[in-house]
Design a protein around this ligand. Structure first.
Ligand code: HEM
Length: 489
């Protein structure tokens, strides 16, 4: 109803003309990563759409995104107040809530240090460099056995269904000091719901922007609220048990270390950021949620690509066979010897761009970018998919080709090229689990490729079309895995 005043010297944001009430919802459609990438070709790296009545700025291009998230990091570090975010972790999520900058910064620091100290803790035996490596090796070996058993019983397996339990067990080990059986119904029913969680919080969900939709009965929204309630109850039960058995002299896991922080803080008269115990201990909820869904999705896509490109699968197996051998489990220290596997992982992140947008950002003050005025409290989408498919940055961007990350003779990883891939965001809101995630994806893949050969079910074509969401999943499907025999080749 009124036009924003544009300060002198700055320009009004370009973008498609919105329709009354719905704005540009129809043009954005069900695959926003494609529609908004197409719009960036027309309107440039910084443009504005309207979802419902609410303006949203969309950022593309590596340089523009770097300028916003790193050089002007404070201006773009907020989170918008979106309807669906209020249901996550009772509105107290570290990643999704609209915490004041000081509170968010203090919580992020705590989360980061708890995560790092429990990942780098010594393993129980000297063969492992750290407890993360120990958890992943044990779960990876267990996953291989599990897939073999399922194959014998059913003749096929659903990759996400089994991978998600192994990955959840690694983060459960660090957060809660426990693991679950692959048939544990409580964990299974929780972790297998993550597809529906991502579909609601993916950038551009109309219900987040059009208040009227929030009052209409919606099955999806009801399910989403139900998932969040169950998720919070699951974690709360474990946290309560931790409070009962807490011993200051024996900090067992991340939950204990957060409880310990609450106790210390009460004694610290200089503590200047006011935070409830709930907000501190609630951090474990974010770590657990972010720690299984993203990595399981990366691994599930990896298995799909192995099946889609059998010659790449064979080359990866040969690399592991030659450099690690078949007599021991691969370790993190094998990384420098496996450049093709590293290149394969980078190409999975780039080509699938399964996190097509970061979590939405929000401007914390009036600002400008590339000469355009952006008012305070504007919701900002960052199009990672566009950066990973930008023809200015990538030759034959739509081709899946891990070799693009190798030196010309194929023996070394080209690190500079790898840094162009955008999967973890950048700047102040950059993912805090990145190092753990990269280690886990590497190790799980090395272990399963060493032991198993994956293929499609005869007569069942592979469907690589992603299902849109915060993390885009492959469609649930059935594949085959056969044990590699030792004297193969
Ligand atoms: C945030 C990617 C694994 C914890 C994010 C963001 C992305 C991302 C794109 C949003 C950045 C932004 O808003 O600009 C990934 C990918 C992963 C992964 C691709 C795996 C392949 C993990 C793991 C953990 C984790 C294993 C923890 C155990 C978090 C947290 C945030 C976050 C807490 C919120 C940070 C904040 O809002 O300040 N991640 N992530 N992530 N990630 Fe990850």
């Amino acid at each position: 109803f009124f036009k924003t005043e544009i300060p002198e010297g700055l320009r009004r944001l370009p973008g498609p003309k919105p329709l009354p009430i719905i704005g540009n919802v129809l043009e954005v459609g069900s695959k926003p990563y494609l529609s908004l990438t197409a719009m960036s070709k027309r309107y440039g790296d910084v443009f504005q759409i309207q979802i419902g009545m609410r303006p949203v700025v969309v950022l593309s291009g590596s340089e523009t995104t770097r300028q916003a998230l790193i050089k002007q990091g404070d201006d773009f570090a907020g989170r918008p107040d979106l309807y669906s975010f209020r249901f996550i972790n009772d509105g107290k999520s570290l990643a999704f809530s609209t915490d004041q900058a000081g509170v968010w910064r203090a919580r992020r620091k705590l989360a980061y240090s708890a995560l790092r100290s429990f990942a780098t803790l010594e393993g129980t035996t000297p063969e492992y460099s750290c407890v993360l490596e120990e958890h992943v090796c044990k779960e990876g070996e267990y996953l291989v056995k599990q897939l073999n058993t399922v194959m014998r019983a059913d003749g096929s397996f659903d990759p996400f269904r089994h991978i998600v339990v192994s990955v959840a067990n690694v983060i459960c080990g660090m957060c809660f000091g426990r693991r679950y059986d692959h048939d544990d119904q409580e964990l299974l029913s929780l972790v297998n719901l993550s597809d529906e969680f991502g579909q609601v919080v993916g950038s551009g969900n109309p219900a987040d922007f059009i208040p009227l939709l929030q009052f209409l009965p919606s099955k999806t929204m009801k399910r989403f609220q139900d998932i969040n309630t169950r998720f919070t109850a699951f974690v709360q039960k474990i946290v309560t048990e931790h409070y009962t058995t807490f011993d200051k002299d024996n900090i067992r896991d991340i939950t204990d270390s957060l409880i310990d922080h609450c106790e210390d803080r009460k004694l610290d008269e200089n503590s200047n950021v006011q935070m409830s115990d709930e907000k501190i201990v609630g951090i474990v909820n974010d770590l657990f949620g972010a720690g299984f869904d993203t990595i399981s999705t990366a691994l599930s896509w990896s298995v799909m690509y192995l099946v889609a490109y059998p010659e790449i699968q064979e080359r990866l197996y040969q690399e592991i066979k030659d450099e690690v051998g078949l007599d021991r489990t691969p370790l993190l220290s094998d990384k420098p010897k496996l450049p093709f596997l590293e290149a394969f992982i980078l190409e999975i992140f780039r080509h699938s761009s399964f996190l097509p947008f970061t979590i939405p950002h929000c401007t914390s003050r009036d600002t400008s970018l590339n000469g355009y005025f952006i008012p305070k409290d504007t919701c900002v989408f960052i199009n990672q998919w566009q950066i990973n498919h930008d023809p200015e940055l990538w030759k034959d961007a739509s081709t899946f080709n891990p070799e693009r990350f190798l030196s010309p003779d194929g023996t070394e990883l080209n690190k500079l090229e790898g840094e162009k891939v955008m999967a973890f965001g950048m700047g102040k809101r950059r993912c805090i689990g990145e190092v753990i995630a990269r280690h886990e994806v590497f190790l799980f893949l090395a272990i399963i490729i060493q032991k198993l050969q994956f293929s499609a079910m005869p007569g069942e074509p592979l469907d690589m079309t992603p299902e849109y969401g915060l993390t885009m999943k492959n469609k649930r499907c059935h594949l085959r895995a056969t044990m590699r025999s030792r004297d193969e080749h």
